[in-house]
Design a protein around this ligand. Sequence first.
Ligand code: ITT
Ligand code: NA
Length: 180
Amino acid sequence: RKIVFVTGNKGKFREVKDILADRGYEVIQNTDGYPELQEDELEPIAAYGAKLSAERLGMPVMVDDSGLFIEVLNGFPGPYSAFVEKNLGNQRILKIMEDETDRKAVFRSVIGYCEPGSEPLTFTGNVEGKIAFEELGTGGFGYDPIFDYNGKTFGELGDDFKNTVSHRRRALDKFLEWLE
Ligand code: ITT
Ligand code: NA
């Protein structure tokens, strides 16, 4: 069983490939990309990306739109997570958070899935944590070194553990439940 995953993000691809391999799926990366709607929520971005990609490629596809939502910053960077990671980076987030005592944050992943000629579906997963005070660990990718899950960052915990509790894992579990 094969699934085409449209993404340019190597970290996402590696995680999805590992999680779905355990369930008997082969994941194939497609790097064509898709225009991202400017929205406050991830669901419409994932739905639109999946629909557009499925029609373009003429085959069923999945996408993953994800982000880090920091509570005290009203959900920032949220849907702007890719832009912020690229242009500001973890150190600038830590700087903004320097004097904040409320460090609650949520990672969210929305899997969009679409078959040509059909409407897109979305599956959302969340994991709660806190913004660390410094970058820790070399595992994972992106915001993982500053995302503290029960006292250790995803960067420290590494992919194998992350894949058992992550936002992406939870979204994929819902997707597979529907698929099967
Ligand atoms: P696509 O090609 O799949 O769109 P992208 O990197 O542009 O890749 P998004 O638009 O979904 O992805 O942006 C999400 C941002 O949040 C991006 O900077 C990711 O690196 C980061 N991110 C997403 N999931 C993450 C995770 O599990 N751990 C750390 N950072 C994550
Ligand atoms: Na993107």
